[in-house]
Design a protein around this ligand. Structure first.
Ligand code: 3H9
Length: 705
């Protein structure tokens, strides 16, 4: 079947790209577009050309699978769009790009070679290459600043964030917003409005917006360094845009090509491409095929109006789901609604949506102290206090009020789903939906499959996560599931390091430099020292020994950010400040425990923290609580602040080489004993030269390649 179709409507040739699902510029697409443009140009009855995408979107960019092959070193992989873009731009007939959905990366680069761009009001336009560790590689860094100026071009290429149609119109990226039928509007534009705008202008010949202001580039580099810590793509994008201003078009393109080649060869690019596909792969669960029936979710009910319950309520309301938010205490509901209102007001102030949209979302959340309306809910999410007896009582009550086809979910972060489900008469409809705080912002949802959870319920949970704009990852029902099960030994190791001589801020500093969004001590303070204390009460026996300083902290009432003091002190409530009192307390507890202290190098801090994560993850994978190594990567990147440009802990370990990781883990094992016992899977893969990525969880260990 053709990837590109050519038809005519009166004097207008219509070139339709039809490469589902997102019209990526896979091999064959650029060639067929070029052939269609050439045919249209030769046809004397054609006065203008409209290029449009079939299906849900205009072109969403280069085919990332091709880029993946190019990044792996395959020569000739990845599109070369140069001749296509020149052909479009040099076409003697007006070329109008008709855009809907998401025009991204290479899609924008094709569009910018056109003479005009029109778009549907809900279309979005972006240069997301930076999210894949590269820069726009098809002359985008040269044409974009010619259309919208260097400052706006830098903003788009460094942030990778798409802009909406009204902003694109204001900037000059598009020429008109088409309210009605896009194709009709584009054809009308091509024959009636385009001629009125004078002779055809090639983007590459425009220069009126190319202002050389060094402050703009310095500010761009500053933002790139701040927002894209430890990475180079955003900085290189600024360099390439600067070349658009300082060099003629052809030389600027050459500079762009050099930079994109360099980026494609980087670890950063390979890791980010892995992260992209890992997220999409997480949505595919072997025993939940695509055609599994899913339940429509129009009405949800949430039990518990604390921070989690309120965040989940907002996430649902944002996606058009009506919510009943129940708590036993009226004051808790009042507090939740006040914080929800404040949150929406702040979004309106930041221009994310209008006051009208905010009002609709607030109205979609109905606070109540009783169970009224729960009988109509398609989905009920329990977000109460983390206590097994309480959760069991609530599920017993829910079993009595919920309709037969309702999905019953718990937001527990550590408790046994099967035990919770056991109090209901329908354990097959019970599932864990572990949201992360703040639940209206954080993208991860661990979808916890109980022993009896039905496939329909799993499929519905995956669809729900997508609808909420989140990434759902299915995990098994083990202590702490995947994410928290890994975090506990990681946190413990960090505390051992502190006991041995590093301050919390030194440990956090090393983790920050490694690329973690937050250091682990700061995370502990944010989550609450009391919360960790309760978890240790429940599971501490599984993680012995545990350094005693944290319990001292608890006894001192230093519960973290909420009390202004924890591992750090907080003067503004949020910014951690070193506290000599805590550092002295750690030194005293270390002395009491007979630990001799020393200065610990940064690389040891990082190895001990990150390899603790990897070693526990290897157990999770081998025990079958995660389907694939990449799922664990997605969990850590989207829920725990692991740097995406390192791909996730499993990708990071594979990239370092499992032999090297195993040797280091074994060294720590010899030094520290049992807590560092290498996971059997890590040992086996290291010895056989395997990788976590190549491990197939559906096969036994003896059947692995
Ligand atoms: C680029 O253009 C470089 C250039 O400068 C030129 C270089 C010379 N390629 O996300 P979804 C697949 S870099 C291949 O679930 P949504 C995706 O894997 C590229 N495949 O849907 C999935 O497949 P599957 C710049 C792609 O509606 C399916 O489409 N562009 C591509 O939530 C559905 O995806 C980008 O970075 C692709 N480009 O979101 C855009 N895009 O069903 C990246 C998607 O088998 N893409 N797929 O799992 C996105 O941001 C989102 O996918 C999009 C749709 C917003 C388009």
């Amino acid at each position: 079947m053709a990837l590109v179709n050519l038809s005519t409507r009166g004097s207008v040739a219509v070139v339709t790209i039809d490469n589902p699902p997102v019209n990526a510029l896979s091999a064959g697409v650029p060639e067929e577009i070029q052939a269609a443009i050439e045919a249209a140009e030769k046809d004397p009855s054609v006065q203008a050309v409209v290029l449009i995408g079939a299906g849900r979107t205009f072109i969403a960019g280069a085919d990332i699978k091709d880029l993946e092959r190019a990044a792996a070193g395959e020569s000739g992989a990845g599109p070369d769009l140069h001749s296509l873009l020149q052909r479009i731009e040099d076409c003697s007939k007006t070329v109008v790009m008709a855009m809907h959905g998401t025009a991204l990366g290479g899609g924008m680069e094709v569009a910018m070679a056109g003479h005009f761009r029109v778009a549907r009001p809900d279309a979005q336009f972006g240069m997301p290459e930076v999210n894949l560790g590269i820069i726009p590689g098809a002359e985008g860094t040269q044409r974009l600043p010619r259309l919208i100026g260097p400052a706006a071009a830098i903003d788009m290429c460094v942030s990778g964030r798409p802009i909406k149609a009204d902003a694109a119109l204001m900037l000059g990226l598009i020429d008109k917003i088409i309210e009605g039928d896009l194709l009709e509007g584009a054809i009308q534009f091509a024959v009636e409005l385009a001629p009125e705008r004078g002779p055809i202008r090639k983007t590459r010949e425009r220069s009126e917006k190319l202002v050389a202001d060094s402050k703009v580039f310095e500010a761009g580099r500053e933002t790139a360094r701040k927002t894209r810590r430890n990475t180079f793509a955003a900085l290189d994008a600024v360099d390439a845009i600067e070349a658009a201003v300082t060099l003629p078009f052809d030389q600027g393109c050459r500079r762009e090509r050099e930079l994109v080649r360099k980026r494609l060869e980087s670890d950063e690019c390979r890791a980010l491409i892995h992260a992209f596909f890992a997220e999409r792969a997480a949505a595919k669960v072997a025993d939940v095929p695509k055609d599994t029936p899913v339940l429509p979710i129009a009405k949800a009910a949430i039990l518990g109006a604390g921070t989690m319950g309120s965040g989940i309520a907002m996430a649902c309301a944002n996606s058009g789901i009506a919510v009943r938010l129940k708590d036993v205490e009226q004051w808790a509901l009042d507090r939740a609604m006040a914080s929800i209102r404040k949150n929406y007001e702040s979004s309106v102030q930041k221009g994310r949506f209008t006051a009208e949209v905010a009002a609709q979302r607030i109205a979609a959340i109905h606070p109540q102290t009783g169970y009224e309306g729960f009988e109509d809910a398609d989905l009920i999410i329990e977000a109460a206090f983390e206590n097994m007896e309480l959760k069991k009582r609530l599920f017993w009550e829910l079993d009595a009020v919920a309709k037969a086809v309702c999905v019953l979910a718990t937001n527990t972060s550590t408790l046994d789903i099967d035990e919770i489900a056991s109090v209901t008469k329908r354990p097959e409809r019970v599932i864990g939906l572990h949201f992360f705080s703040p639940a209206n912002v954080m993208r991860l949802v661990e979808i916890v499959r109980g022993a009896k959870t039905g496939k329909e319920i799993l499929g519905t949970a995956l669809a729900l996560a997508k609808r909420l704009g989140k990434v759902g990852v299915v995990v098994g029902n083990c202590r702490g599931f995947a994410g928290n099960r890994m975090m506990l030994p990681y946190m413990r190791e960090a505390q051992f390091i502190a006991e041995e001589g590093s301050t919390p801020s030194e440990v956090d500093g090393a983790l920050w430099d490694f690329g973690m969004a937050m250091g682990i001590f700061a995370v502990d303070d944010m989550g609450g020292i009391d919360v960790g204390h309760r978890v240790r009460e429940e599971y501490g026996h599984l993680l012995q020994p545990w350094p005693s300083a944290v319990e001292k902290l608890y006894e001192m009432g230093r519960l973290g950010q909420k009390t202004g003091k924890g591992w750090y002190k907080y003067e503004d409530g949020r910014t951690p400040i070193r506290d000599p009192e805590v550092e002295a307390m750690i030194a005293q507890t270390a002395q009491a425990a007979g630990v001799s202290r020393r200065s610990i190098p940064k690389n040891e801090i990082v190895d001990r923290c990150i390899y603790t994560l990897v070693n526990e993850a290897a157990r999770i994978l081998e025990e079958g609580y995660a389907d694939r190594a990449a799922d664990i990567d997605v969990i850590y990147v989207t829920g725990y602040g692991f740097p995406a440009y390192r791909g996730g802990p499993m990708w990071y370990a594979d990239s370092a080489g499992l032999k090297k990781v195993y040797d280091r883990v074994s060294e720590f094992h010899r030094r520290y004993g049992e807590r560092w016992e290498p996971a059997p899977l890590l040992k086996r893969l290291a010895e056989s030269g395997g990788t976590f990525a190549g491990f197939d969880a559906s096969k036994t260990i003896d059947q692995q390649p």
